[in-house]
Write a protein that binds this ligand. Sequence first.
Ligand SMILES: Nc1ncnc2c1ncn2[C@@H]1O[C@H](COP(=O)(O)OP(=O)(O)O)[C@@H](O)[C@H]1O
Ligand SMILES: CC(C)(COP(=O)(O)O)[C@@H](O)C(=O)NCCC(=O)O
Ligand SMILES: [K+]
Length: 259
Amino acid sequence: MSFLAIDIGNTRLKWALFAQPCPGQPPVRHGAVFLETIDELAETEWATLPPPDRMLGCVVAGEAVRRRVEEQMDMWDVPPRWVVSRAAEAGVVNGYDHPSRLGADRWVALVGARARVLAEAAAAGHAPRPALVVMVGTAVTVDALDADGHFLGGLILPGFGLMLRALEMGTAGLKVPTGETTEFPTNTSDALMSGGVFAIAGAVERQHKRLAARSGQVPKVLIAGGAAVKLAPALDVEFEIVDSLLFEGLVGMEAARAA
Ligand SMILES: Nc1ncnc2c1ncn2[C@@H]1O[C@H](COP(=O)(O)OP(=O)(O)O)[C@@H](O)[C@H]1O
Ligand SMILES: CC(C)(COP(=O)(O)O)[C@@H](O)C(=O)NCCC(=O)O
Ligand SMILES: [K+]
């Protein structure tokens, strides 16, 4: 019963094929493509893929993109299934005012994070910790999960690319080459890069402090997304980069739904 997991963000589509939808197993094959090239998937990355038996995906890039990806999947006999955020699923309770309006990628990542927290607690023989789930993609999200698996809420910020583009578009003097992250930038390029990195790092550290105060425990910080490595060196809290977090969430959901 092979299983294809797909995560479609606003910049890239990420996919992973698993032999079984069983937590803890690595994918047989995986890949990522920019949205500009999704119409070629059936002739490129997916051309030699063994047809999956089932698929589950999350998509935040809109209806049109979702339909284009479904067209690429037409070569297989697999019904497309897309996550809609629920009030509760796979051990996570959704605290959003309107649960279905939470980005499906955030919901999937929370489910993946909860599974990690529970696995860590079981291995170490202690109670589960709260978790801060940070995704650094087109946008940045910083989501708080308490020790009981309740999603308390989270932040949405522009990602690095959007911040820079907004500044470039709204000013006359900020079209400069890419800079470096430095503590006290002394040129425009470094000032822009450091501003973006520290804005995101500051938001993460702030939510970390708030979640620790609220729960009385130090949260586990899990970071995913294409630009996670840019953020990592600037963070003053302990964290783990988990590139596979969305796939882990999708596999966990599929396993929980099958059970
Ligand atoms: N090699 C890379 N390929 C794609 N994105 C990259 C790469 N290196 C850094 N990035 C950054 O990662 C972001 C895309 O991350 P991703 O997690 O795929 O976003 P999304 O889920 O929104 O599609 C880009 O906006 C870019 O800032
Ligand atoms: C916040 C997001 C834009 C993040 O998208 P991404 O950066 O992964 O492309 C996406 O999760 C979304 O569209 N969410 C819906 C609104 C919400 O979560 O409140
Ligand atoms: K994403």
